[in-house]
Design a binder for this molecule. Sequence first.
Ligand SMILES: [Mg+2]
Length: 447
Amino acid sequence: MKTILILEDNEDRVAMFRKAVAALGDGFELKVWWDAPSICAECQEYFPTAALISLDHDLNPMPGTTADPGTGVDVARFLGDFMPVCPVLIHSSNIDRVYSMQNELRFAGWMVDRVGPLGTDWIETSWLKRVREILAEHSNTWKAELLPDHPARVERMKLSLDGLAIGDALGEMLSYRADTAPRRLAEDDLPAGPWFHTDDTEMAISIACVLKSHGRIYQDALAKRFARRFERDPERGYGKMTRIQMSEIIAGARWTDTAANAFGGQGSMGNGGAMRVAPLGAFFADDPVRCAAEARASSLVTHTHPEGVAGTIAVAVAASVAWQLRKTPAPDHAQRFFDEVLRFTPESLVQRGILLASRTPRETPSREAARVLGNGSLVTAPDTVPFCIWMAAHHAADFVGALGRTIQAGGDCDTNAAIVGGIVALGAGREGIPAEWLKSKEAMQIG
Ligand SMILES: [Mg+2]
């Protein structure tokens, strides 16, 4: 089956589109949306079969509704976040806005053309003629490998992402008086929401979007998401090297080059791969081998140094193990957690640090543990990940306690708490996260 997706608010035109699509022959089905929010919410499920998307710009609200119908530019911007799916034809007479739509899509790599709605029979003549030509030259280019339990994976991933975002925001806000964090979290003595999250969550959202759309880490799509989110909203506390890499990608560089060239060709061993990856561990929680491979792929888009990669794998596997062990009684939990993470983490300083963490008693005060294991002050993976794994191992389902003790240790508080929050949320479950905190986190759209 091939689908033609149309955004059009005029009933007469929709009737003519139906006729025209019928004239194309049996292989084609038509799906129509009347406003921008609806097409953005629903069109993804049609990506695998889409042969063509045809978009209007100016939209009137449906009779009896007051909701904003949005415009074709909203849809072009939404589509531009994805890898190209199929050709797009713009059928609007609003020339300036047609160019705005065309610009959005072309810079995002989509094939796009336009047809002017002139006269009364343009749909059955010029539109249909152009559609036939386009369909002869272009086909669907969407790549997705969704497993049968995809919706359950996405739900699990969202739980981890919520934990990550809350940890990120709280770590950022409480870092200036880190020693008070356990008490403030326990007493819910916190700033009013919504809580602004930082780069950790921004990049994790991109990972979640790519997994939701493609069912695997498609590196081109991930680099594109990272760069587009950065371009729209750069003031999220991104590290210097990430800012350089994102700016270069926006200017047209390949992510393979920008990642390999970081730090004079050594590649980055920063904690940026690890800070964003827990939701990926949730998505592949059933399969640690696949989880480690996908985590590696996600790291390489920005962090190619073996230590950066090892830290990313360790955190992703930790998240998957947190999910698997969520019903395991406490005494046995930490040791099994460490064993699994160590088994899949490549030999590295990160791995050695995790081994040391596994021998560091649970009762060790946070700051003392941080002195031994690191707390991200150096913003490297070996200085960040072992401490976070230690904390997550000993707080299987204690989300509030884990974040309090993590932030208390100081260092890169938002990143540490993002990592720990993204892992421990999977052991604690949604019911283990204070409901008020879930409401206070900044809104996130996983498109
Ligand atoms: Mg941050």
